[in-house]
Design a protein around this ligand. Sequence first.
Ligand code: BES
Ligand code: MN
Ligand code: ZN
Length: 493
Amino acid sequence: MEFSIKASTPEKLKTACLVLPIAGGELGAQGKAVDAAAGGALAKLAKRDLDEKAGSLLAVPLLPGVAAERVLLVSLGKRDEISEKTLRAAFGTVGKWLASNKADSAALCATDCLAGDLALPVVLRSAALLIGDADYRFDAPRAKREPRKTGAAKLEVLLVGKSDRAAAAALAQGAAIASGMALAKDLGNLPANYCTPSYLADTARKLGKQYKFKVEVFDKAAIAKLGMGSFLSVAAGSVEPPRFIVMDYKGGKAKDAPIVLVGKGITFDTGGISLKPGEGMDEMKFDMCGAASVLGTFKAIAEMQLPLNVVGLIPTTENMPSGQATKPGDVVTSMSGLTIEVLNTDAEGRLILCDALTYAERFKPAAVIDIATLTGACIIALGHQVSGLMANDDMLARELMDVGLATGDRAWQMPLFDEYQDQLKSNFADMANIGGRPAGSITAAAFLSRFTKAYKWAHLDIAGTAWKSGAEKGATGRPVPLLTHFLIQRAGA
Ligand code: BES
Ligand code: MN
Ligand code: ZN
């Protein structure tokens, strides 16, 4: 979907669908102009047929006096209750409507969205993100690929008065985040026989080529040379070779300390010798959604040319059982030198992340954030609404929580008190890789915290938020919005 700002009066614009926001049943300035051209029909219809709840829609075709083929009224809720949240509800349903209807172009009367202290750039970024994201479709491998019959190819934004640089930049940012989410969803949705560690590496290389940032890919021998014995212990049972991907985006000043993003890239998690039960195991193809969110975020920041230095690290492998696989009780040596007793081969995410976190030290980072579908326990604790968040720095945690609350891609902090470390005691190594049933998400983070002492670090457990099960089974693209907004804020852009 293409997004642009267009200087035109709404009633005269030729478009398949003119999207007209309305608050508290009262038309705004742009709405009044359209209503006047239609001889007052629109106000009457809105009053009679449109629900006031934010996100309610009413499509009105062929209004005489109006150039658009249809007007799509969308309710923003009560005027004094308009917020980023109600706007998201409105843009979300508009996006769904456009994606499933035949209108092939659309225009948004954006000025009529403004209320209270909402800034225009915030409105435009949110509109492009939600309407762009709703347009996503997974192109599944099928015998006959059906051509798309619905969806709008472009969205024009109409403003009262002149547009400015900040508005145009925000619109482009929203569009870039949507395209980053689309990449993350595609990678998540692809089955594990397509989306292998090498496929993720090729995706990173292509992004690097397209947007001109450096990408380095380590193969198994190079990973061994780095001393990543913990990472390689997870790859031991797999025929498909592992990869360690390093992306270096330099949008900031050469000497500025980078933000490092580390994504868990298990392209399929069988559990290994500690084999998972069969039911629903297909969903473990989504166990690389942390890696996908890093790739998606890189696409977004590169597309918007964000002035910030960001490093992306992706350890990626399958977790398979075999005659060569790591066994419960095996002791492995991580890149840091710390030894780990692998009591459960299904707690593999932390085993690949710990070596990537040690590797991160060499960048002298401003902060490191890892993103991982790490624990089923996180779904029990927080459900599918919010991501788990743990950190060794409360300011960084607060920053991420606040960005999440503002953008709707929420995360919630859990404690990382020292006492939890006791659960990782081992008689046979520096630590065990599991801490028992109590506080499973926290002990996983406690394990990672032993490898993050050199810098400020936050951990996002996205086990509950990265994909949906059931009829709507599919990747969500989260937490690309959270990460990208965080980076935008850090860049001061
Ligand atoms: N990838 C899983 C976590 C997971 C499970 C995410 C279900 C989403 C849905 C992870 O590798 C795992 O298996 N974790 C174990 C840890 C346990 C063995 C300590 C878990 O959560 O059961
Ligand atoms: Mn596992
Ligand atoms: Zn896993």
